[in-house]
Design a protein around this ligand. Structure first.
Ligand code: URA
Length: 260
């Protein structure tokens, strides 16, 4: 519709006047009698489903781990039990449960910290760069994870069977939770001596907050088994000057084995 300028200005003035009176809403051309309007049915209130309160019995994970570990009669049962254990959140981020490598009949059982990236991918302990150095250290005193004869062999595991994210240090609660499985692992292998590699392994099994620097150079005992602390090969790669002390510890291990 076209409007003459005068009509336009009159219409605008009327609108302004109506707005001044409070008519500030656009309404239809035909008046609506709201009293006659049929009461519309109110929308039904949406009823939220009842919240089901699940009452979970608090589970003492440590007691559960101890119970499960005690029920394992051999290494295969222990491996299967660990693979089925969901109490430790690390498992969810891991590709593999890293159980062990080497010869279970070996006289020497080596206990490291936790799998790293390579170990997580391949499912075996100590196979990355630090594992290669560990193999060389062992070879220097005539030991190997691939040896068939128990006197030349080693058996290797870790405190934790799952890789911590970004290779962070294992948490105290993770080490404590997994300790019953580790103790059962030692009981089942029955090694003649233990070699405890790195701080987490020593602190978990010797129940101390001291580090390897303080603990090394002497024999300790874990469940009645002689246990020798040694620097972690990853640390030796960062601090090669410490290899001299690691060599002295390897000679202590060899001397113990030579005693028979
Ligand atoms: N470091 C460990 O302590 N264990 C492994 O298996 C690999 C690296």
């Amino acid at each position: 519709m076209t409007m003459e300028p005068q009509e336009y200005h009159e219409a605008l003035a009327q609108l302004a006047w109506q707005v001044e009176l409070g008519a500030d809403e656009a309404i239809g051309e035909v008046a609506v009698n709201r009293y006659e309007e049929k009461a519309k049915p109110k929308p039904k209130a949406v009823v939220a489903p009842p919240v089901v309160e699940t009452v979970n019995e608090p589970v003492d994970i440590s007691a559960e781990a101890t119970r499960l570990a005690a029920g394992c009669g051999d290494l295969e049962a222990l491996r299967a039990t660990l693979e089925g254990f969901d109490g430790c959140a690390l498992k969810r981020g891991a590709r593999n449960t890293v159980f062990s490598d080497g010869n279970p009949a070996a006289r020497v059982m080596i206990i490291g910290e936790a799998p790293g990236r390579d170990e997580d991918i391949q499912g075996k302990p100590f196979i990355g760069r630090s594992g290669q150095l560990l193999d060389k250290m062992l070879a220097s005193i005539g030991l190997s994870r691939n040896a068939e004869a128990p006197e030349d062999a080693v058996y290797i595991t870790n405190v934790l069977p799952w890789r911590p994210p970004q290779n962070r240090d294992p948490l105290d609660e993770e080490k404590a939770m997994m300790k019953p499985f580790l103790m059962r692992h030692i009981e089942l292998v029955k090694p003649q001596v233990l070699m405890l590699v790195g701080n987490p392994s020593n602190q978990t099994l010797l129940e101390t907050s001291q580090g390897v620097t303080r603990l090394r150079g002497q024999w300790h005992e874990v469940a009645g088994i002689p246990a020798l602390p040694i620097f972690h090969p990853a640390y030796l790669m960062r601090a090669p000057a410490k290899k001299r002390e690691a060599w002295a510890d390897l000679l202590m291990l060899k001397a113990k084995l030579d005693e028979g």
